[in-house]
Structure formats: C-alpha cells, structure tokens
Design a protein around this ligand. Structure first.
Ligand code: ASP
Ligand code: MG
Length: 412
C-alpha cells in the first residue's frame, strides 16, 4: 500500500467549502487504496494579514513572536481539515509542528527543517488515522515556534514525505501543473508532464513561482517524486495529469528546451568608463553584496585603449535606487565616468537539460530575436539555461516567438 503526502496550498483551502473539497480529494486517494498524510497552508491571504498585524505593532519586531503569529493560519486549516475528513467518515487528527515535532534551526522567519520525528505519525497511519500536519511550522530545540519562510509549506510537505518515506508528494495548487511558459502571455503554452528537478529549480528561480525553491532542492536530495496538481479538478491526484518532478536519470528523452521563463523584476545598471585594471569588479560588487543587493547577470566589455571599460549588470528592480546610492557614494574610489540605470528591461530565459548534449540552442534564440528586431542587452548562461536581457516592451513577442521556434506550442 503506497503512502502519499497530499499538500493543499492557500487557494485550495481558501474557505470552508474549499477545505471540504480538499478533504474529498484525500478521500478519493483512500478509496484507491492508498494511505495518506495531509499538509495544509493557511487560507489564502491569511498569512499576509497576520504579517501585517505584526508590522502594524512594530516596524522592527521580534522574529520569534512573529513566528507565533504567522504560524497560526496553518493551525486553523489543519484543524478544519481534520474536521472535514471526520465529517466524511474518516478518522483524522491534526498535529501542530511542535507536536510532531518538526525540528528546525532557530533562524526565525526562515528556519530550516533539521529533523522530523515520524513516530507519532506512523503510529497514527497504522491505526488508520489520517494525520494532518500544518505546513510552514516548526519548533526549535528549546521549544520555540518557527516558520519556514513565505511559501514554506511546500517545503514542509516535501520534508514530511521524505521523512515518512512516502511514495509521492502531491502539491495541490491553483494551477494544474508547470507550463512551458506563462499561459497568460503565451496562449499556446502547454502543461509539462514531466520535468527534472534541475529544470524546475531554474524555472523557479527565474520567476515561475509554482513551488518554493527549497522544496525542489529537497525533492532532488531525496529523489522524491513530487507532483504539482490543480485542486479544482474533481479526480484524485493518482489519476490526474499534473506535472511530475523527476530526477534527470528518470527522464528518458531529454528535451532540448523544456520551458521558457521571464522576469520583469530586474533593472540594469551600466558603469561607464571604469578603469580597466585588477580589483575593479571587487570594488564594485563588494559594496553591493554588503548592502545585500543580489547581482545577477554581469558583462564587462573589452576596452579599446586598455584604459577604460564598461561594466553592465542587473539587480532586483526593488533594489535599483539603493544600488545607485551605493555606487554614487563611491564615485571617487571607483572612478567611473557615469552610471546609467534602466528599469525598462525584462529577462527571458530558455531552460532544458537537453542543452547539455545539444548544440545550437543559443543560436536559435539569438536568430529568433534578431528576426523580430529585438536587441539583446546582456546574455548569461548556465549548463541548462540561457538568459537574455531585452527591452521590457518586447517580452511577450520574444516569449511567443521562442516558444514557437523551440516547438513548444500546443498542437505543434
Ligand atoms: N502560509 C504561508 C505563506 O503564505 C506558507 C505557505 O502557504 O506556503 O507564505
Ligand atoms: Mg505556495
């Protein structure tokens, strides 16, 4: 008998009716003869409200007390889920994170799971009782409540599945899988039936916000099959076609390009006319790192005269003003001619593990963009990803053209 962990996200438990529907999914899985443990998020919007309460009392608050408040949304839904399951005639009970316990580090607000004691949960399962464990919550060695960072209930679910040695972890959310591109922009986007964890990590870090990144890292570490599913379909997860995250070895035929991602959260900075000599990059990027500003893409052009060069890089758009401040404050030391900044950019990326073995993926990208008259401002690559920075207005055109060119279009 297979054991599955079913996780329901905030929109899947958005109100009591949704909780009841989610409970029916659990029941459907039981009817198929599987054992189930359940993890739930807080009702959609509730965690935001709880965070606002904390912030309205103190701008700089005690993170340990924040965790007490923020974790309470999941307490509510775990109890409601147990009640809904009981109402369907099943035996169920909730366990708060500290009752399991889900042991974490003491980094409040962003704690890491260190160990999950599965004894009580297994005892429950053996007796035919469905354990319902709130996501997001944990407890420190000295008994303080923690949370795992926003979106952390995905990580809770995968960690729980790994600890229970479950056969699969099903993540129910408001989309029915991971798509080849954002379906709101690319109408011919398709659901990806199987994707490797590596690809999912790239897509997630590039702005396809389906799963918390740490949950994918955990799935990879434990080779745990994780499935992303819509909770708005009627069937149970075992019969629904979602997107299954698998390890690279389990992928028979590797796609050259599995999906496209885009992000409008970046801004570009060019330092024009910096001295072309050792130590310049360290002098530029050191202070930005100290100011906690994440630099992503970087290019430095060769200098014509060997004396001066330009450095262009991207930072999160929200940090642009701060980054400019840091650089302006060091003008004397950095001796650049000028700082040019633009928020009018978008990053478009193609991702696929097949890139490791296929040549020409980059060339296709450059050619497609050239044919559409789209200028590439910055390029960066990794083994399974190519990203370009372009003018924001061309985002959709770029995505649609690339989607077609790589044969990703629905019906193609
Ligand atoms: N409720 C938490 C949040 O909104 C955790 C989660 O839903 O994943 O961030
Ligand atoms: Mg989430």
């Amino acid at each position: 008998m297979a054991l599955f962990v079913l996780k329901f996200g905030g929109t899947s438990v958005a109100d009591v009716d949704h909780v009841k529907k989610a409970a029916e999914k659990v029941a459907g899985e039981l009817r198929l003869g599987h054992k189930v443990a359940v993890t739930v998020s807080a009702m959609a919007g509730v965690t935001n409200q709880l965070v606002d309460y904390c912030r309205s009392i103190a701008k700089i608050y005690d993170p340990a007390e924040y965790d007490v408040v923020a974790s309470s949304g999941e307490q509510i839904t775990s109890g409601l889920m147990a009640l809904a399951l009981q109402q369907l005639g099943h035996r169920a009970r909730s366990f708060q994170g500290w009752q399991v316990p889900v042991m974490t580090s003491n980094a409040h607000e962003k704690a890491r799971v260190e160990r999950i004691d599965t004894q009580k949960l297994h005892a429950c399962l053996e007796e035919g009782i469905i354990p319902v464990v709130p996501g997001f919550q944990g407890v420190t060695q000295d008994g303080r409540v923690t949370t795992l960072g926003r979106g952390g209930s995905d990580t809770s679910a995968v960690a729980l599945a790994a600890a229970l040695k479950a056969g699969r972890c099903d993540i129910y959310t408001d989309v029915d899988g991971v798509y080849t591109s954002d379906p709101r922009l690319v109408h011919r986007a398709r659901k990806i039936p199987r994707i490797t964890c590596e690809e999912m990590l790239e897509l997630a870090s590039l702005g396809a916000k389906v799963l918390q990144t740490r949950s994918v890292e955990l799935a990879m570490k434990y080779s745990l099959p994780v499935q992303v599913l819509s909770s708005f379909e009627d069937a149970a997860g075992s019969t629904l076609p979602g997107t299954l995250l698998v390890s690279e070895d389990a992928m028979m035929e590797k796609q050259q390009v599995t999906g496209l991602a885009h992000s409008r959260d970046e801004a570009k900075i060019t330092l024009a006319g910096v001295p072309d000599q050792p130590g310049v990059s360290a002098a530029v990027f050191g202070p930005l790192a100290e100011a906690n500003i994440n630099v992503d893409m970087i290019v430095q052009s060769g200098s014509e005269d060997g004396k001066r060069t330009d450095i262009t890089f991207t930072v999160p758009r929200a940090d642009l003003a701060r980054a400019q401040e840091v650089l302006n404050g060091r003008k004397d030391q950095l001796r650049y001619r000028s700082v040019l900044a633009s928020a009018d950019v978008a990053k478009v990326s193609v991702v696929g593990v097949g890139m490791r073995s296929h040549a020409g993926v980059a060339q296709t990208m450059f050619k497609v963009l050239a044919d559409k008259g789209i200028n590439i401002q910055v390029i960066s690559t990794s083994e399974i990803k190519i990203s370009v920075l372009i003018e924001e207005a061309y985002t959709e055109l770029a995505l649609r053209s690339l989607h077609a060119a790589y044969g990703l279009d629905r019906g193609s």
